[in-house]
Design a protein around this ligand. Sequence first.
Ligand SMILES: CC(C)(COP(=O)(O)OP(=O)(O)OC[C@H]1O[C@@H](n2cnc3c(N)ncnc32)[C@H](O)[C@@H]1OP(=O)(O)O)[C@@H](O)C(=O)NCCC(=O)NCCS
Length: 178
Amino acid sequence: MNHQAHTAHGELPGKPTAASRTTLSHIMTAGDTNLLGTVHGGVIMKLADDAAGAVAGRHSEGPAVTASMDEMVFLEPVRVGDLVHVKAQVNWVGRTSMEVGVRVLAERWNESTPATQVGSAYLVFAAIDEDGKPRSVPPVIPETEKDRRRYQEAQIRRTHRLARRRAIKELRASRSPD
Ligand SMILES: CC(C)(COP(=O)(O)OP(=O)(O)OC[C@H]1O[C@@H](n2cnc3c(N)ncnc32)[C@H](O)[C@@H]1OP(=O)(O)O)[C@@H](O)C(=O)NCCC(=O)NCCS
């Protein structure tokens, strides 16, 4: 991956991935549970959206809204008393949108055992101006081998998202109304 490619295509100067990367930590309490007594998936999704939104706002230096959330995976149940850490970073940037990757880790609040990964997701945020219209975002500069891998994988997801959307649109347009 050529860093020049990320800084030359836009008017805005590129920003390294590390500049907006963040971790949101939250302790799970009884109010976060589902009917089974483990933590409700929606609670984790909200934390993922919150962390990703902070990253998108920091990278784009202004308001950004969630356009999509996909591949949300829950690997292990999260329990009351778990300290949940949501690690988020910009994986890829388009003209006005950003893909943010989140990894969700959980550890017992009162034990010194290592945190385990309990989930992950990819969110697309669109940066918006004061009228709610998409605005340009700075290119991202992936600095590490991991950042560069994530950038390339995000491009694959982007291609698939657009192709899927286009194919469904075309199919619907070709069908006669009920
Ligand atoms: C997201 C939103 C700003 C897109 O507006 P739009 O008029 O469709 O604008 P565009 O088609 O130019 O899309 C803007 C960017 O978002 C991307 N995008 C839009 N919808 C997307 C989707 N469903 N999945 C992935 N990317 C998407 C576009 O590819 C484009 O990216 P690019 O400029 O980097 O190529 C608009 O749909 C919106 O305001 N949605 C509501 C967002 C919100 O309120 N979220 C909180 C949930 S309550």
